[in-house]
Design a protein around this ligand. Structure first.
Ligand code: ADP
Ligand code: MG
Length: 554
């Protein structure tokens, strides 16, 4: 692709938010890597030498011819937009034509480039207002190598104002990871002081990339959804950490990207956090990466120079879409039960074997009733230790803890239908502190003194109505917390205890109710509800492929 770099017309320059684009090491890396991506690169090598304030980014993108090289670093020169109207059609990461120019004023800039389909490459050295100082033919592979040296050498105050080099290298690493999350199909090879530092290998989906960035997270701990929004050419890519498998002690992995760049969007971040409400342990935060691809005319990138803040049209529409997507990802569906089986080679072998062999066990093809919405994926098989239900499904089996599964069911019922109902005989409580009394009032209970150190409660949460231990439950509620904490406490108290024997129909009823909850993976305190024993893992453990391989000649 031939790009033609031109100076933007003055009236467009006036429209563009002016300001510092280069204020630290990481911003140099960001600008150069974004240029490489805009040039269609699939392989980017980033080298940093913090002590010599040098950065080099080499790519295999479509490069620049000599004319473009000579124009590249002059003020407001870009090949990406040409008019004011183009500001609403931005598909590239860059558009202001400022980065290379600013770099010439803050550092020494040298570019090697060879354009696609052209036999010679050029090396250009720029002066401190972007003018060309030296040009020579050079032998390089197609692509571009930009070297920035002596960064901020002419403004020592700027250097002093920056954090130490370890901190700065952390931000460099962070920025590369952020870019990679939005562009995972590219190889990022990163060097520091002439030594390999880290590499991010290209992947076809973000959920394959995340374990390279967060080594404690495995791909199986994540769920990725790719949704197309009908009639809008928009897509949502959502990767969540399953709340029973991973979470963070800081909200540092609630990331929102729009059209190829991670942005700060307090509103959308809050939407994500709310969608995970009561699925995680206390003070823990989800792992969630959200990438919206939206028609460029819906976004104004031109709000601040670093492009991390934007104006997005119809934000509440997007908030609804995001909540729905997260809810979908958190649910148990036939698709995610079967996934593990269908993707492993072993299961394919098993299928072949079972189709041919005489030891074909019960077929679990329930395709006949796929149209029924209330389909049950789980079959109660047995109870273990009066605590766990063995639930069989088409992909293996799960061990479900009965108390917390029931707690999840009740909690959602309570949230949807919280009712305080009158009781015939008041419940008498003893020796409450003033704080306990006002706590019970705060959750709308009708409580009054009944005598010395005695109180009468005349109404209670509906769920506690039939219970003999209602007084104890009320005491528990009096210990504080907001309405939600009270709802969790009521659910917990009303849920079937571990140690209680259950009949098969009772277990089946519980499984049916539980698999239809909005957040089946964890209880409202954030504990995992089930342990999965996938067929693929079982067959691997029992080495079933040995027999099959031999007897069927596979
Ligand atoms: P912008 O990215 O906003 O256009 P820059 O100052 O970053 O402005 O770059 C100026 C121009 O130089 C770009 O529009 C592009 O045409 C060209 N350019 C910069 N880096 C590269 C690269 N790695 N490969 C090809 N062209 C590049
Ligand atoms: Mg740029």
């Amino acid at each position: 692709m031939a790009s033609i770099i031109q100076a933007l017309p003055t009236e467009v320059v006036y429209l563009i938010t002016a300001g510092e684009v280069i204020d630290c090491f990481a911003s140099v890396v960001r600008e150069l890597v974004e240029n490489s991506l805009d040039a269609g690169a699939t392989r980017i090598v980033i080298s940093v030498w913090p002590q010599s304030w040098r950065v080099r980014v080499a790519d295999n993108g479509w490069g620049m011819n000599l004319d473009d090289l000579q124009q590249a670093a002059t003020a407001h020169s870009t090949s990406k937009i040409h008019s004011a109207a183009d500001l609403w059609k931005i598909k590239s990461l860059g558009f202001r034509g400022e980065a290379l120019h600013s770099l010439t004023t803050l550092a020494d800039l040298e570019i090697f480039s060879r354009a696609e389909g052209i036999n010679e490459g050029w090396r250009v050295i720029y002066g401190d207002s972007g003018e060309v100082l030296e040009t020579e033919v050079t032998a390089i592979a197609p692509g571009t190598i930009v070297t920035v040296d002596n960064l901020f050498a002419n403004c020592p105050a700027r250097r002093q104002g920056l954090p130490n080099s370890t901190q700065q290298m952390k931000s460099v690493q962070g920025i590369i990871q952020q870019i990679a999350l939005c562009h995972p199909h590219v190889t990022y090879q990163v060097w520091q002081n002439d030594r390999q530092w880290f590499t991010l290998y290209p992947t076809s989906s973000v959920s394959q990339l995340i374990p390279q960035i967060l080594p404690q997270v495995k791909q199986g701990d994540l769920k990725e959804l790719n949704l197309e929004i009908p009639n809008s050419q928009s897509t949502i890519t959502l990767v969540i950490g399953l709340p029973d498998r991973c979470h963070r002690h800081r909200p540092d992995w609630v990331k929102v990207a729009i059209n190829g760049r991670i942005i700060k969007s307090p509103e959308l971040e809050q939407t994500i956090l709310s969608a995970f409400h009561k699925t995680l342990p206390r003070d823990r935060y989800p792992v969630c990466f959200l990438h919206l691809t939206i028609s460029p005319d819906q976004i104004n990138w031109n709000r601040n120079p670093s492009k991390t803040e934007i104006y997005l049209n119809e934000i509440s529409y997007w908030q609804e879409q995001i909540t729905a997507a997260i809810n979908q990802a958190l649910r148990i569906s036939e698709a995610n039960i079967k996934e593990s089986v269908h993707t492993t080679r072993i299961s394919k072998l098993l299928k072949v074997a079972e189709a041919k062999g005489s030891y074909n066990f019960k077929s679990q093809d329930n395709s006949q009733n796929t149209d029924s919405k209330t389909q049950n994926y789980l079959k109660a098989v047995a109870q273990v230790s009066n605590t766990y239900i063995i639930a069989e499904h088409s992909g293996g089996m799960w061990l479900v803890e009965q108390h917390i599964a029931h707690e999840r069911v009740l909690y959602e019922q309570i949230c949807d239908n919280w009712q305080i109902v009158p009781v015939e005989t008041p419940i008498i409580l003893y020796q409450l502190s003033p704080a306990q009394v006002s706590q019970l009032q705060r959750i709308n209970l009708d409580i009054e003194t009944f005598g010395e150190k005695l109180w009468a409660v005349r109404n209670i949460p509906a769920m506690l109505q039939q219970r003999e231990d209602a007084a104890e439950a009320l005491l528990e509620l009096s210990w504080g917390g907001d309405l939600q904490t009270a709802q969790v406490a009521v659910a917990c108290r009303s849920a079937i205890r571990n140690g209680t024997p259950m009949s098969l129909p009772e277990m089946q009823k519980l499984l049916d109710d539980w698999q239809r909850t909005r957040n089946p993976l964890t209880c409202p305190h954030g504990r995992p509800i089930y342990l999965s024993l996938e067929e693929s893992a079982l067959s691997r453990f029992f080495r079933r492929h040995w027999v099959i391989g031999k007897s069927h000649g596979i």
